[in-house]
Design a protein around this ligand. Sequence first.
Ligand code: FCB
Length: 471
Amino acid sequence: MTTQRSQAETQLLFPAGFAWGAATAAYQIEGAVAADGRGPSIWDTFAHTPGVVLGGDTGDVAVDHYHRFREDVALMSSLGLTAYRFSISWSRVQPHGAGPANAKGLDFYRRLVDALLEAGIEPWPTLYHWDLPQALEDAGGWPERDTAYRFADYAGIVHGALGDRVTNLTTVNEPWCAAFLGYASGDHAPGRREPEASLRAAHHLLLGHGLAARALRGDRTRVGAAVNLYAVTPASEADVDRDAARRIDGLQNRFFLDALLRGRYPDDVLTDVEPYDLGVHDGDLEVIGGPIDMLGVNYYNRFIVTGRAGAAPAITSPFAQASPWPGSEHVGFVRVGRPVTAMGWEIDESGLTEVLTRVAGEYPPVPLYVTENGAAFDDVVSAGGVDDPDRVAYIDAHLRACHDAIGAGVPLRGYFAWSLMDNFEWGWGYAKRFGLVYVDFATQRRIPKSSARWYATVIERGGIGIGTMNT
Ligand code: FCB
C-alpha cells in the first residue's frame, strides 16, 4: 500500500486508454520507390531536382521500411507502443492518382496493418503526407479543384481495403505545409512559388479532407485531420508586432481550425489575402466543416514574430528563398535565446499546453491527439549506443505540457513522438535525425537511442516518473 501510494505520488499518470505512439511518413521511410507498380510522386521529382534537398539526398532508399517493416514492427513492439501513425503512399495505391487500385501497393499496407494488429499496436494511417502522384501535379496539382475529388476517390479505395481493420483514419497531414511550403515558398515539392495557387491548394486540401471524411465516417471508422499548430507571440506590444502575430496565427492556425471545426474561414485572414481568389464554391465550407471524430495536433515550437522590417524569415528549408506566408511576406521571426534543437527551432513546451487549451477552449469539442512532437539533435553512435539526453528532456517536457493540458480539462487522448526512427527530413535530407531509433543509413542498422528506452519506461508506467529522466 505504502509502496503503491509513493509510486503514484512520484508519477504524472496519463488517463487509462491514452494512446502511446510514434509517427512516420511514407516518403520519409519506405524507399522502394519503383517496387510493385508504385508511380512517381511529387517528392520523387522534387528530390531529384538539383539544389533543393541538402546533399542531393532523395527518398529512393530512405530507411528501406518497405522491405524491413516486420523488423520495424518488432522494434515498436519492444518499445511497448500502443499505436503507430504512418502514412500511405497515394502513388503506390493509384500510381497515376486516378483509376483502379494497384493491388500490390494495397497489399503492402494490408501486411503492415496485419503485422501491427498482431503485435497489439493500433494502426493510425494518414492518407496524405505530402506525396501527391506526379500525374496529378502535371494536371495542375492541389491548386486544381479536381485534385480534391481525386483524393476522395483514393480515400475510398484505401478505406475499402483497410476499413475492416483500421479504426482511426487521418485524411491530410499538415495542410499548411503541403499548400504553403509546396506552392508559395517552394521549399517543398512541387517547388512552385505562386501565392494564389498556394491558397487554392490550401482550400482544396481542406475540401479533399471534407469530401473524404463525409464518405468514410461510420460506425467503425473515426476520421480526422492533422494540423501543425504553433503558439504565436508578438515580439513586442507594438501594433506592428501584434498585427504580425494576428496574421501568422491567422494563416497558420485559425485558417485551418476555423474551417475544420466551424466551417468558415476567418474574416481577417481573408482580408490579408484579399487580392487572391481561393476558388471557394458555395457549400465547400459545409463539407470542410462536417463532423470529425478527432483532431491531430502537430506541435514543435513557438513563433515569436515581428512586423518590423529587417527581421529574419522562418527557417523552413536550407535553401529558403521565398515566404510561405502569402499576403504577410513582410513578417519576421525572432529568437529569444532559448535552447534550440538541431533544426534551430527554439524549445518551448509551454506553447504545447497553450495550443491544446486554445483548441479545447475556443472551438466545439473534439477529442485531440498530439499526432507529432519531437526534436532533431546531432546524435552520435558511441560504444554501440546512442545517448540522447536532449531528446529525452524535450519529450519529457512536452509530455508534462500534455499532462498540464489534460489537468486543465483538455480531451487529449494520445501522443505520437516524431519520429519512430531517423529518416528523410524533406529539404534537409538525412542531415537531421528526429528518431527515437537511430538508423545507420549506410547499413540500415537500427539502434534504439536512450530516448527509445526511456519512452518505453514511460509507456510501461503510463506516465512520467519524476526523477526518471536518465533511466
Ligand atoms: C512535420 C512533418 C514531418 C516531419 C516533422 C519534423 O512538419 O509532418 O514529416 O518532417 O515536421
